[in-house]
Design a protein around this ligand. Structure first.
Ligand SMILES: *Cc1c(COP(=O)(O)O)cnc(C)c1O
Length: 428
C-alpha cells in the first residue's frame, strides 16, 4: 500500500487529528498539489479494457478488491470518485471503522440502510425521540412496505430494552434496532452496552441477529463513537458538526466491510451519491473538526452554567455536563468523551414569552439545524417538532418553554452577554 495511507510512524499510531490533513490523498496523482483538486468529471478512463471488466466485477460485489482498493477502481461518479473516497477514508478513521460510505444527505444514508435491510413483515425497533425526518421515514412511510415499527424510550434500562426487543420479535422478524443518542433536543442517552447485550439474547433465542444502527450525528465522532462499542453501523448527517459551517447537506455510514459494502451498492443503484464539490468541502471541514467540536463543547458548558445560575428566571438546563440522574451519568461516563454543544433549556414560560426571548437575541440566529460555526436558537415545539401531537410532545419534554441552542465558535462571553440582555429584556 502506498504511503498516503500510512497511519504509523515507526510503532506509533498517528492520531486522527494528524491524519485528517493527508490520509487517503496522494499528491503524486495530482501534479504534486498539496490539497486535492475537485474532480469535476462524470466518468473515468480505463487504461486498458481489462481494467473496466475488473473494476465492474469489484464494484458489483462479484469479486473482492485488492487490499487498499476494496472499492475497486474509478468507473463513474455515481459509484465513486476521488473526492468522496478521501472523505470516506477519513471518516472511517475517525469512527474506528473498517470503511465508510458517503451519501447526498443524512436521510439518504438512512434510506439506503433501511432499503437494504428491511423486507415486508420485518420489525424495526427504534429509540424515541427520533430526529423528525427519521420518524417520518420509519413510522410514516415504512408501514406502506409492510414494515412494522416498534419503539422504546431512549433512557430505558437493560431490562426494558430486552423486554421491548422480545415483544417486537413476536410481531415479525426483528431485523433492525435503530437508535439515536443523545436524542434531540432533550439529550436523553441510549445505553450501547444494554442494546448490544439485549441483541445477543435475541440472537440466541431467535437464531437471527438484528442489525444495530446508531445515528451518531449529535456527538460523533469526537465525543462519541458507536463502532468501538459494538454497534454495526454508525450513521451521520454530515450536514451538522462534520460539515460544520451550515453550507452543505450530506450523510454517511461507517462500519465493517461486510455490513457496509452491500449498502454502497444500494447507493450506486439508487443514485444517492455525494458530489465531488460537496465531498471536497467536507474533506476541508474534517481538518478542523476536532478543534471545532472541542471549542464548541467548552463554550457550551460555560453558557449552560450561566443559564443554570441566571438571575432572571429559573431554568432547567439539559446539557450533559449538568444532567446528573443516575442513568444519564452512568451511560455518559461509559460511552461519551465530552458533553457536546447542542442542548436545550426549559423555562416555566409561555410560547409567547419564549418567542420574545428568541426575538431579543442578537448573536444567536433563529434557525433549525445545528453544529455550524455560528450559534443557533430554535423553538422545537413550534418548528422541528410541530408535527408531533401536543400530548406526545409534552410527554417527551418538548414543551412550549423549551428552547434549543447550538453553540458555535463565537467568544463564549459574547454569547452569554447576548443571553443576559435577552433574559433581562423579557424577564428582568
Ligand atoms: C439533520 C439530521 C438528520 C438528517 O440529515 P440531513 O443531512 O438533513 O438529511 C438525521 N439525524 C439527525 C440526528 C440529524 O440531526
Amino acid at each position: 500500500m502506498s504511503d498516503y495511507k500510512k497511519t504509523k510512524i515507526g510503532d506509533r499510531d498517528l492520531m486522527p487529528e494528524t491524519l485528517m490533513m493527508s490520509y487517503g490523498y496522494d499528491p503524486r496523482l495530482s501534479q504534486g498539489a498539496v490539497k486535492p483538486p475537485v474532480f469535476l468529471t462524470s466518468t473515468f478512463t480505463f487504461e486498458k479494457a481489462e481494467d473496466g471488466e475488473e473494476f465492474f466485477n469489484v464494484m458489483s460485489g462479484r469479486k473482492p478488491g485488492p487490499e487498499g482498493q476494496e472499492r475497486g477502481g474509478l468507473i463513474y461518479s455515481r459509484f465513486n470518485h476521488p473526492n468522496v473516497e478521501i472523505v470516506e477514508d477519513r471518516l472511517a478513521l475517525l469512527e474506528e471503522a473498517e470503511t465508510a460510505v458517503a451519501f447526498s444527505s443524512g436521510m439518504g444514508a438512512i434510506s439506503a440502510v433501511l432499503f437494504k435491510t428491511l423486507r415486508p413483515g420485518d420489525v424495526i425497533l427504534h429509540s424515541t425521540p427520533l430526529y423528525g425526518g427519521t420518524e417520518t421515514l420509519i413510522r410514516g412511510m415504512m408501514p406502506d412496505f409492510g414494515i412494522v415499527p416498534r419503539s422504546f424510550k431512549a433512557t430505558s434500562s437493560y431490562d426494558e430494552i430486552l423486554a421491548a426487543m422480545c415483544a417486537a420479535a413476536k410481531d415479525g422478524k426483528l431485523a433492525m434496532v435503530f437508535i439515536e443518542t443523545p436524542s434531540n433536543p432533550t439529550n436523553d442517552l441510549v445505553d450501547f452496552e444494554a442494546v448490544i447485550k439485549a441483541i445477543d439474547v435475541v440472537e440466541a433465542e431467535t437464531g437471527h441477529r438484528p442489525l444495530s444502527v446508531c445515528d451518531n450525528t449529535m456527538m460523533g465522532p469526537v465525543f462519541q463513537q458507536a463502532i468501538p462499542h459494538g454497534i454495526d453501523i454508525a450513521l451521520y448527517s454530515l450536514t451538522k458538526y462534520i460539515g460544520g459551517h451550515s453550507d452543505l447537506v450530506a450523510g454517511a455510514i461507517c462500519g465493517a466491510r461486510k455490513v457496509v459494502e452491500p449498502i454502497r451498492r444500494v447507493r450506486g443503484a439508487m443514485g444517492l451519491n455525494l458530489d465531488p464539490h460537496t465531498s471536497w468541502m467536507i474533506s476541508r471541514s474534517l481538518e478542523t473538526l476536532s478543534i471545532r467540536m472541542q471549542r464548541g463543547g467548552e463554550s457550551a458548558e460555560k453558557v449552560a452554567r450561566w443559564l443554570a445560575d441566571n438571575p432572571y428566571k429559573k431554568a432547567k438546563v439539559l446539557h450533559l455536563s449538568l444532567m446528573d440522574d443516575a442513568h444519564t451519568k452512568a451511560v455518559f461516563q461509559r460511552q461519551c468523551k465530552g458533553a457536546g454543544s447542542t442542548f436545550a433549556f426549559v423555562l416555566d414560560a409561555s410560547r409567547k414569552e419564549m418567542f420574545a426571548l428568541i426575538n431579543a437575541l442578537q448573536i444567536f440566529k433563529s434557525a433549525v439545524s445545528l453544529g455550524g460555526s455560528e450559534s443557533l436558537v430554535c423553538h422545537p415545539a413550534s418548528t422541528t417538532h410541530s408535527g408531533v401531537p401536543a400530548a406526545d410532545r409534552d410527554a417527551s419534554g418538548v414543551t412550549d418553554g423549551l428552547v434549543r441552542l447550538s453553540i458555535g465558535l463565537e467568544h463564549p462571553e459574547d454569547l452569554i452577554a447576548d443571553l443576559d440582555h435577552a433574559f433581562k429584556t423579557v424577564f428582568g
